[in-house]
Design a protein around this ligand. Structure first.
Ligand SMILES: Cc1cc2nc3c(=O)[nH]c(=O)nc-3n(C[C@H](O)[C@H](O)[C@H](O)COP(=O)(O)O)c2cc1C
Ligand code: SF4
Length: 517
């Protein structure tokens, strides 16, 4: 009998020792003459259990975690006996944290072997592309428009409308570009999908190509993601070998191929026009719009540029239909969002659910409160440009408009939790310092404003003319918000002003209004 085990190859699991665990388990099995088939799957996204080892049983997979190399011997004893072990979590599909999710984009992540196209197909992979081929370009675009899918990279622009613009722009060459720069703090969903289910991204990009008439695609990944680069390159090679990419994709008349490009890891190179400059071999600098990338993008050609999650959500939309996807969510936020729970949390990881879940449910209930056990004080949602939310706003539902109404953003779905030891004046300073370091330098409000902002917060912290300097900071944020060319300078005021407005006590000994008098 061969024992089938699953040990993630995902970078987060590897960082927690998954390689050592796999080696130790192999050794323990050899010493006992037990045949093991170890599948290196993606992560299920329950990060506090990583490395999470699963064993295939007749009743389904059973999870153990977090497993260390030292546990290999006792685990092997358990797996060849009645299964009892101190690290046994139980049947994976019954773990409440996983069970209460709605996994559409992440349906296969952690389940399949990311290197096997056969396994992908055995788990409904490729069906979206097949239906797309039967529909034709216009109907694909219509399906994506009707699904209500909005860009998951941050801006939330309707994906179908973007595709329609490219489809309607006449040009001899068009491109599909996947934004896998994933620079937001506390985010890892793009990386997880690329490492755990890379074929879904390839399929989504191929559908975009058929819809718009593009023949060439690029995946732009930051260099800090070597595991994702390797996974996607292996998947592209496998897709080419099987005819999923190439001159006649899936035996159709459409040609499409993809190449990977590795960026050096500048935050601003995640901004779409800066990314295109970087792809063209230039220094990443934001371009003025118009022209939109959909009209004049990569090398001046019409270009679809979408986030990894946007492309990865398309196959299931095509497979199950726009109405199926649109049925999930609230308001104008349709479908599901792979939310990334990070920071000081007991249960951090990937939680995909329909839009509408409240921030409080995410932090207190799903995340289990802080890891340190101290009270939650602030939550930053949407990366380094997102606002800090105090507990008083925990009733905010995860929805683009609801967050915007409270001067926040959901961005790429990153949720970073802080306990009551956080100093919000330091966080405001950090936001401005981050902007100063990462600014592309093209426009003055961002380039100069961020540096002056750091100095101003320092003066406030030192209690130099506090009231006056708070006014200067507000004025500066206003100038950055309305005068910056892109969202790096334009949105940095969100974390700064939310820290100042919701946590005024951290900016002075007395509450802000009294201090300013
Ligand atoms: C400073 C800055 C950084 C950004 N970083 C990313 C990123 O890492 N990944 C991403 O998908 N979008 C990022 N964006 C958003 C992109 O500009 C763009 O909106 C996105 O790639 C469009 O794809 P989508 O419609 O699928 O979201 C960033 C924007 C700004 C202003
Ligand atoms: S806001 Fe900052 S990053 Fe954006 S274009 Fe201006 S200088 Fe560059």
């Amino acid at each position: 009998m061969t024992l089938r085990l699953y040990i993630p190859i995902d970078a987060a699991a590897v960082a927690c020792g998954a390689e050592e665990v796999a080696t130790a388990i192999r050794g323990a099995a050899q010493r006992r003459n037990i045949a093991v088939d170890i599948v290196r799957n993606g992560s299920r996204g329950l990060h506090w259990l990583e490395p999470m080892v699963e064993v295939q049983t007749p009743a389904g997979r059973v999870a153990y975690g977090p497993v260390a190399a030292e546990d290999a011997e006792s685990l092997m004893t358990a797996l060849t006996g009645n299964g009892a072990h101190a690290l046994r979590v139980g049947p994976t599909e019954d773990i409440p944290w996983l069970k209460r999710q709605t996994r559409l984009t992440f349906a296969r992540c952690g389940i399949v072997d990311p290197r096997s196209l056969d396994d992908y197909r055995a788990h409904a992979g490729g069906r979206g592309l097949q239906r797309a081929l039967s529909l034709g370009a216009d109907a694909i675009v219509e399906e994506v428009v009707q699904s209500g899918l909005r860009g998951r990279g941050g801006a939330g622009f309707p994906t179908g409308i973007k595709w329609r613009t490219v489809a309607q722009t006449k040009a001899p060459q068009k491109y599909i570009v996947c934004n896998a720069d994933e620079g937001d703090s506390g985010t890892f969903a793009d990386r997880m999908i690329m490492e755990g289910d890379p074929f879904v991204l390839i399929e989504g990009m191929a559908i975009a190509a058929i819809a718009t008439g593009a023949t060439k695609g690029f995946v732009y990944i930051r260099s800090e993601y070597p595991h994702a680069v390797a996974a996607i390159e292996a998947a592209i090679a496998a897709a080419r070998r099987s005819g999923l990419l190439g001159k006649r994709i899936a035996d159709s008349s459409f040609a499409f191929d993809i190449e990977v490009r590795v960026g050096a890891g500048a935050y601003v190179c995640g901004e779409e026009t800066s990314l295109l400059d970087s792809l063209e071999g230039k220094r990443g600098e934001v371009r003025a719009k118009p022209p939109l990338p959909a009209h004049k993008g990569l090398f001046g050609c019409p270009t679809v540029i979408n986030n990894v999650l946007s492309f990865a959500s398309v196959p299931i939309i095509l497979d199950k239909g726009a109405a199926f996807y649109r049925d999930f969510g609230m308001g104008r936020s349709r479908g599901t969002m792979p939310i990334q729970l990070a920071g000081n949390l007991k249960y951090g990881g990937l939680f995909e659910t329909a839009f509408g879940v409240t921030l409080g449910e995410l932090v207190d209930d799903i995340g289990g409160g802080t890891f340190t056990g101290r009270p939650v004080r602030a939550v930053q949602v949407g990366g380094p440009l997102g606002a800090y939310f105090p507990r008083a706003l925990f009733d905010t539902p995860f929805d683009y408009e609801a967050f915007a109404a409270r001067d926040g953003l959901i961005g790429h779905g990153g949720v970073v939790v802080f306990d009551d030891t956080v100093d919000m004046a330091k966080q405001a300073r950090f936001a401005l310092e981050f902007c100063a370091i990462e600014s592309c330098g093209k426009c003055t409000p961002c380039r100069i404003g961020s540096a002056r902002g750091v100095e101003t917060v320092d003066r406030i912290i030192r209690d130099e003319n506090r009231g006056k300097n708070i006014e200067v900071l507000e004025d500066l944020c206003n100038t950055m918000k309305f005068g910056s060319l892109c969202a790096l300078g334009g949105f940095t005021p969100y974390p700064v002003m939310s820290a100042l407005n919701h946590f005024p006590e951290d900016f002075g000994a007395r509450p802000r209004l009294q201090a300013a008098e």
